[in-house]
Design a protein around this ligand. Structure first.
Ligand code: DUC
Ligand code: ZN
Ligand code: ZN
Length: 456
């Protein structure tokens, strides 16, 4: 099957140019002006950008928290993702205590069957011991070249010595360990203080984990990675102070990768006063406008490398588990469908970044850093035919009612976006046409190689 995308502006690898794109089966065959070859289907991209398929570096589909399970599984979460232009998600396969990484890998492969976009896994490890250490190479051999460790959450938290050891052991393998950076002990103490003051409502959630709780943890991770001689990767960076700590480490010569999320761009902590505030309970919490500005500035200056959603959706009924105690509200929100349109609206339409930068932060940088480039992350002959035809003038009001995720709320409810994916190809198969999902289940597992370590 050949598809010809005509008359668009191709944006890839830091450049934009007028060109047609011809795909054959699951690959891009040619990128050139005025391609005259026959095709089974022609897409007119006049006035559109043609971008590399977006890569969401951070999702939690079908995640069992113990108390409840995420509203979205892979079929529903990836359906929403692909409608928003995401052609690959990197989900966190989670090795719970007592499981092997192989158990978690096998389980996640099963969960991911029927995905509508491509999927790879980071391996989140909840314990660090000789058995887990012995599994690292086995994961790499199966295309999992990145890991995650949590400094918080009782079920998953590891200690600083374990993070140090994990960093040290993986440093020479060109794989990365992402760390959820918050100071556990201070967080627990502040929760005790807030409860002693009778503060049990969602408004206490951001107060329990203020900027310093993140910044201290980022600084600690930086020094830990320095000592381990390893690259550092901070997941879902949300604060000005956290960014400053990472920049300090870079100034010392350290190799640091930073991820942020659309919620730290589009939303602020005033949301915790709203009646449905529980839907904004996620960690890190929504921050102040000064943090949003710092995060957007960090993206525009190239200090923040890529954007993942941290999609971790729960229904309002699930959120109500914490109606009398904010610490019992399942953390997270739905974002997989909305990342591209929000980044375009807040970064490009606002004039903070160029469309070329948007392609980097939504796709190319992640492809390089997570071992998928040039198979993915570029509009080039020979690469996978994961493509987005992006309409820069498509306005809409975001609502959970029209989002395809399996969830009765959205943190972005009522926001207006100013540009979004019109057509999406996944492995050369049209999955979205004229803003509508037309094909489900076209996703495949992405076997990833070593990180290109772009900041080495
Ligand atoms: N934060 C969330 O809000 N949800 C999932 C995990 C996380 O770190
Ligand atoms: Zn996290
Ligand atoms: Zn997460």
């Amino acid at each position: 099957m050949r598809i010809l995308i005509q008359n668009g502006t191709v944006v890839t690898d830091g450049k934009q140019f007028a060109a047609d794109v011809l795909t054959e089966n699951d690959k891009i065959l040619k990128v050139a002006p005025a391609i005259a070859e026959a095709a089974d289907k022609v897409i007119d991209a006049t006035g559109m950008y043609v971008l590399p398929g977006f890569i969401d570096t951070h999702t939690h589909f079908d995640l069992d928290l113990g108390t409840t399970i995420t509203a979205d599984n892979f079929p529903t979460g990836t359906r929403a993702a692909v409608k928003g232009g995401t052609t690959t998600v990197l989900d966190f396969a989670t090795q719970d205590k007592g499981m092997t990484m192989q158990d978690a890998y096998d389980l996640w492969q099963k969960k991911a069957e029927g995905s509508s976009c491509n999927y790879g896994f980071h391996m989140a490890v909840s314990e660090w011991n000789a058995e887990r250490i012995a599994e690292i190479d086995n994961m790499i051999r199966q295309g999992v070249t990145s890991f995650k460790m949590y400094m918080v959450y009782d079920a998953m938290k590891v200690n600083d010595g374990e993070i140090y050891d994990a960093l040290k052991r993986t440093a020479a393998k060109d794989c990365l360990i992402g760390v959820h950076c918050e100071n556990y002990d201070i967080l627990q103490q502040r929760i005790r203080e807030l409860k002693a003051e009778g503060r049990f409502a969602p408004e206490a959630h951001p107060v329990s984990r203020p900027n310093e709780v993140e910044a201290e943890a980022v600084a600690r991770l930086m020094r830990t990675a320095e000592l381990a001689g390893a690259p550092a990767w901070v997941v879902h960076l949300s604060t000005k102070e956290g960014l400053e700590e990472a920049e300090r480490a870079r100034a010392r010569g350290q190799e640091v990768y930073l991820e942020t999320c659309p919620q730290y761009i589009a939303l602020n902590d005033s949301r915790y006063t709203e009646p449905d505030a529980a839907k904004f309970v996620m960690s890190p919490p929504l921050r102040k406008d000064a943090d949003r500005e710092a995060v957007m500035g960090g993206l525009a200056d190239g200090k923040i490398d890529f954007i993942g959603t941290d999609h971790c959706s729960f229904t309002m009924e699930q959120k109500a588990m914490g109606k009398d105690d904010f610490t019992k509200i399942p953390n997270g929100g739905a974002g997989a469908e909305n990342r591209g349109e929000l980044v375009y609206t807040y970064m490009v339409k606002s004039g903070k970044a160029t469309i070329e930068q948007m392609a980097d932060m939504l796709s190319t940088n992640a492809a390089k850093i997570f071992g998928m480039y040039p198979q993915k992350g570029t509009v080039s002959a020979g690469s996978d035919a994961d493509l987005v035809v992006f309409d820069p003038n498509a306005e809409r009001t975001i609502s959970w009612k029209t989002n395809l995720h399996n969830c009765d709320n959205s943190p972005y409810e009522g926001l207006t976006s100013a540009g979004r994916a019109r057509d999406v190809l996944v492995n050369g198969v049209p999955a979205v046409e004229n803003f509508e999902l037309v094909k489900e289940g076209a996703g495949r597992f992405v076997f990833r190689g070593p990180s290109m370590r772009t900041r080495k």
